[in-house]
Design a protein around this ligand. Sequence first.
Ligand code: 8YV
Length: 329
Amino acid sequence: MSSTKPRVAVTRKLPDAVEERLSSLFETTLNSDDTPMGRDALLALTHDHDVLAATLGDPLDAEFFAAAGDRLKLIANFGAGIDHIDIAAASAHGITVTNTPSVLAEDAADMAMALILAVPRRLVEGVQALNDGSFEGWSPTWMLGRRVRGKKLGIIGLGRVGQAVAHRARAFGLSIHYHNRHRINPHVEEALEATFWPSLDDMLQQMDIVSVNCPHTPETYHLISRERLERLPPHAYIVNISRGEIIDEAALAEAISDGRIAGAGLDVFERDQRPNEGLIAASNVVLLPHMASATVESRIEMGARVLINIKMFADGHKPPDRIIPNLNA
Ligand code: 8YV
């Protein structure tokens, strides 16, 4: 990168405080009206910018990197998920990629916990009944949900967010079970009194609530497949704040409509803006529009990580949140 200030293009509107700080440190091009950019607009930026501060809506695939201008050296992603970026292709073109892990984990875990409570306790159905006037007064047998305390929570992916979910869930009396690519540090496992399940299939069969907290990668695409959904007991609930692609959404909608599982709480979908119609229609499904990290605090701290990563890179150091390409992939 040149010794003058790096030129940074920000692909979406970020919080004012973040944009001000970026603009004071770098030659920054902002997207003030927040219009999502198509491939051509993104590519145009790569010819006169060193850094792209991108977000999850920007498809940065192999084709993009093949056509990108030589000046582009860093993708400083605003967000933890990097499934929209072809890391191997970026690396092959000498482009470093960073993300913003950790800073959003606690807020994301709050949202997972909110869904873990909202679905079995029928929170949204209750609100709906008041709003549409169908509530006729208290009754001993009306709107009964299921108790959360004492149930088994199976966390798929016990990383930063998964562990933050586990801490919250323990306070609500849930026991912690998990499936992960690798068994986690025994001290952490012990502190959470977490049971490791090497087989996801075996774990699913025994759980009351399942929380999806792993990243979306080629290996986790439809990890919760039709067959795996069938392993869940009929009283089970499933919650996903990670990425829609991890669950076979059409199969989930069928399982819900056939009463083969008890309900779902989803913050993410296979098509980001439009959940499966069957899920929208189901009363025992709570759907949120990808809000898990949507707090002022998270978004400002995500911006701070973007800034630190750019600054470190521009100063010739390894940025702290760089993604190491998987050379075996
Ligand atoms: C979510 C996100 O909160 O940072 C990302 O990539 O999508 C966040 O907005 C995240 O999915 C939480 O796991």
